[in-house]
Design a protein around this ligand. Structure first.
Ligand code: KIV
Ligand code: ZN
Length: 544
């Protein structure tokens, strides 16, 4: 058996389906490029039948990231997968979306647990078996790489599962993915389930067995590793473990467990672990989903040693308390890189080392931001540079852009914010508001201009680096307040979704304004895209 474990990333599908993790098409493309750079084997780019926007986003990723002749030829070429229910309509859409990739894959699923078959599908065992056979054949007539998932396998009868999997192999499936859809199993059970499949399913030696686990009981990584030990050679994971409810198995945990405990697993992946920290931040910024500080591998405290006894040990020998080095996953917290007198050249070189290849115009913008920050802050670290790059280039399309902000606050008067925004018509709009504090006043002033009723669900602020002169980073999550009673289904999805935004600046009120605008811009773009009516253009949004 091979000692290579394929990494199948589903951040853009299972991850993006979680509340608030919505990304724009441009953001999805950027994440897909970063996943290719990270070295994943398969990118599940979306669920094309969900909406025309989803299909289009998967199609672009297939053509630009999954096809080296059209995209960036320096990147590893991952397989691009599209998810489909076991219906001809879904399979047709998935194929339409992925066929432009060099290595396309259709991933179809149908539930096999009694509870799903009875209450969700209203089908009996024979009907499920028949549908699997027909739809896997239908899909494999179009595409040579077919993955089949028996949904809720974790709670399915193993004997029935073997029969279904055998049928899927006979019908043309090349990967069999075993999902613990509701995060119910324990590592012992899940490992035994994979071992049972390896032993009892005829033809299993000709296909790849995959594990797909969820974290409802905090066991996702343990379950995935147990499945891998029992013979699975593909792991389905997401960056930062994002996903519905408690999330999916996190890529960084599986990859670093296999690598750090190589003596136990003796397995390898194709992942360049030094990219992990960068992509973790990218996904967190785009989704507005903050990574908990104590999250394994990518949390802000994952490599922080504050207890005196630990620090003493670390100074004597870093392996006393550290099983991985921060630089192994691309964390360079303490590296002092550039200062006020560093030039364009040095900035370009450092950004290139960090994986950001900028063209001249982009470098001009980054250099201007760098100089502005260097005037206020003595030492600029990699983390500051990452924040500048994220703020400058990974922002959603600007419908409204911040043009100026002035705030008065403190104990001597009413907190007041005056905001100047450049609108989609190119005109400048100015408004002033009072609020309970400077952020409240700023957000009210933005609302008065943007006029897209939204609820602020979450506001997070933290300093990127240490020290009083640190850059502040703000992430927010907002949801539209617009009613949805008379809307069609697609429009309702766009209106009810939660959108995240990110902003960084040495002035935390400016960072807050940027984050709020980024989230509102996403919400406006999604609403515009879903709104087919001719009067829903941007001009109308600006009335008043
Ligand atoms: O959790 C699950 O069952 C899934 C399938 C579609 C693979 O995400
Ligand atoms: Zn899942």
């Amino acid at each position: 058996m091979s000692n290579y474990v394929k990494i199948f990333d589903t951040t853009l599908r299972d991850g993006e389906q979680s509340p608030g993790a919505t990304m724009t098409s441009a953001e999805k493309l950027e994440v897909a490029r970063s996943l290719a750079k990270l070295g994943v084997d398969v990118i599940e780019a979306g669920f094309p039948a969900a909406s025309p926007d989803d299909l289009e986003a998967v199609r672009r990723i297939a053509e630009e990231v999954g096809n080296p002749s059209r995209g960036d030829s320096e990147l590893k070429v991952p397989t691009i997968a599209g998810l489909a229910r076991a219906t001809k309509g879904d399979i047709d859409k998935a194929w339409e979306a992925v066929k432009g990739a060099r290595n396309p894959r259709i991933h179809l699923f149908l539930a096999t647990s009694e509870i799903h078959m009875k209450y969700k599908l209203n089908m009996d065992r024979e009907q499920v078996l028949e549908r699997v056979s027909q739809m896997v054949k239908y899909a494999s007539a179009k595409c040579g790489d077919i993955e089949f998932s028996p949904e809720d396998a974790g709670r399915s009868d193993p004997e029935f599962l073997y029969v279904v999997l055998e049928e899927a192999i006979k019908s043309g499936a090349t990967t069999l993915n075993i999902p613990d859809t509701v995060g119910y199993t324990t590592p012992e059970e899940f490992g035994a389930m994979i071992a049972g499949i390896m032993k009892n399913v005829k033809g299993v030696e000709n296909v790849t067995i995959s594990v797909h686990t969820h974290d409802d009981l905090g066991l996702a990584t343990a379950n995935a590793l147990a499945g891998i030990q029992a013979g699975a050679r593909q792991a389905e994971v997401t960056i930062n473990g994002i996903g519905g409810r408690a999330g999916n198995t996190s890529l960084e945990e599986v990859v670093m467990a296999l690598r750090t405990r190589n003596s136990v697993y003796q397995l390898e992946t194709g992942i360049d672990a030094t990219q992990i920290s960068r992509i973790s931040k990218l996904v967190s910024n785009y989704t507005g989903m903050v990574v908990q500080p104590n999250k394994a591998i990518v949390g802000a405290n994952a490599f922080a040693h504050e207890a005196g006894i630990h620090q003493d040990g670390m100074l004597k020998h870093n392996q006393t308390y550290e099983i991985m080095r921060p630089e192994d996953v691309g964390v360079n917290q303490s590296r002092l890189v550039l200062g006020k007198h560093s030039g364009r050249h040095a900035l370009r070189a450092r950004l290139a080392e960090m994986g950001h290849m900028l063209d001249e115009a982009e470098l001009d913008k980054a250099f201007a931001r760098f100089k502005e920050l260097a005037d206020r802050k003595k030492v600029i670290t990699d983390l500051d540079l990452e924040a500048i790059i994220a703020d400058e280039f990974y922002r959603p399309r600007d419908v409204f852009a911040l043009d100026g902000l002035q705030v008065a606050c403190g104990t001597m008067g009413l907190p007041t914010a005056t905001i100047r925004l450049r609108g989609p018509d190119g005109k400048i709009h100015t408004h002033a508001c009072i609020g309970t504090g400077p952020v409240d006043a700023t957000y009210k002033a933005i609302d008065s201009i943007v006029k897209t009723p939204a609820t602020l669900l979450e506001f997070n602020i933290h300093a990127i680096t240490e020290g009083i002169d640190a850059l502040g980073e703000v992430t927010v999550r907002v949801q539209s307040k617009a009613g949805s009673q008379t809307m069609d289904a697609q429009k309702e999805v766009a209106y009810s979704r939660v959108y995240g935004g990110h902003g960084a600046d040495s002035d935390i009120i400016v960072a807050s304004a940027k984050a709020y605008l980024a989230a509102l811009n996403k919400l406006i773009v999604a609403q515009m895209e879903s709104d087919k009516s001719p009067h829903s253009d941007l001009g109308v949004m600006l009335v008043g």
